[in-house]
Design a protein around this ligand. Structure first.
Ligand code: SF4
Ligand code: SF4
Length: 149
């Protein structure tokens, strides 16, 4: 027999079902290793070329795949509530994204957004490399001048 929910659980269930619309039951996330090579960035650009995919950074990179859980019913209720996975139990109304704070430092919904960010990042890295090379050349020149005196 199903366990009777506490008043707090009933309150939370109401928020999830009626106000939020069970957002966290409508996607999965996969942690991605930080992109390092051109091929990694190109692959992520390809991920984002697909529908229902987002990529975001919270201190760790994630891919969000928007796909409703098959156990969510038409009233936004979990039909396997007592047997739901631990990852679902970790979600708390007080700390979930419903509060509006996703904690995303970077967030990409489309390939275009991501490609633009990637290009700007490459430009910044090229400029930094150029500056470092110039500084090293200047140091070498000064050392050679000192030795020549
Ligand atoms: S736990 Fe949060 S994100 Fe998930 S359904 Fe409830 S209010 Fe929405
Ligand atoms: S198992 Fe239940 S709580 Fe977990 S995502 Fe599916 S519907 Fe939501």
């Amino acid at each position: 027999m199903a366990r009777k929910r506490s008043a707090k659980e009933e309150d939370h269930a109401r928020v999830c079902q009626e106000k939020c619309g069970a957002r966290c039951c409508r996607y999965i996330t996969v942690i991605l290793p930080p992109p390092k090579t051109k091929a990694d960035f190109d692959e992520w650009s390809w991920f984002l070329a697909h529908e229902n995919i987002a990529i975001y950074f919270t201190g760790q990179w994630h891919m969000e795949v928007r796909n409703k859980c098959r156990y969510l019913d038409d009233q936004n209720r979990c039909t396997i509530y007592e047997r739901r996975p631990d990852v679902c139990r970790e979600y708390e109304v007080e700390s979930c994204e419903f509060s509006g704070d996703t904690g995303h430092k970077l967030h990409f919904e489309t390939k275009e957004e991501f490609d633009k960010w990637w290009e700007a990042k490459r430009r910044r890295e090229r400029a930094r490399r150029k500056k470092r090379t110039k500084a090293a050349q200047s140091r070498r020149k000064k050392t050679a001048e000192r030795k020549a005196r």
